[in-house]
Design a protein around this ligand. Sequence first.
Ligand SMILES: *[C@@H]1O[C@H](CO)[C@@H](O)[C@H](O)[C@H]1NC(C)=O
Length: 246
Amino acid sequence: MSRIILSIVICFVLDVLADFPTDPKPCKYGDSDCIVKVMNDLISNKATIGDRALNLVKLDPLPVTKMNIKQGAESPVNIDLTFTDNNVYGISSMKFRKVKGFGKSIDKKHELLLNAGKLSLAGPYKIKGKVLILPISGNGESNMTLVNCDMIVSFTGIPVEKDGETYMEATNLKLSTKPERLYYHFSNLFNGDKALGDNMNTFLNDNWEAIFLEVQQSMQSAFAEIFQTIISNVFSKYPYAKFFEE
Ligand SMILES: *[C@@H]1O[C@H](CO)[C@@H](O)[C@H](O)[C@H]1NC(C)=O
């Protein structure tokens, strides 16, 4: 008997907690300055721990279980590169600059413009192929770091009806990145041959931009998938209208 009452009380408490958080205060629909401020506070306070109240996963570090970049022979960067159990570090220092959309109608294009001071993808890699005519092969730890990177995240909202309420789901998410600089480091290239490995790392960094332009598309679409899931999760927690006020 007492157990039943206890569980009813707990359910009630959880239900109350599941109300839309009172902090941050909702912004007006489409109010870029307000939304930017809320998102920047959220990123700097919650990125390293996540926020259950908003269904927001921990973003820094962000685990990337598997990412494969395969460029065909027609590309000057003809590689098969796999990252396994990597992490992205640095999302907590991202700064939102501007948002577009997030108005009353969900089924529009929504856009986030932001800058990342330093973003690194680090962890185990495996590579085989050719980079600008030079053969490359290796298997070890890598670190690719983007510095001062402007990013645009855009997606289309789809209204989803659930229990008489309308939620937003993100679809067709696109990511574009424009780093000022990119640093590569691949350890243990060429079976650990240090001279060859050092030369290759220098070569990659000297040609960072040409190489990035070739692999950018595949990397962006891999991350677009991750971001689309994160955004959809946040907006699946409450009806869209709860995030804003008139
Ligand atoms: C990756 O490299 C950058 C600099 O190039 C460094 O600041 C960062 O600490 C490295 N990250 C990891 C996880 O090794």
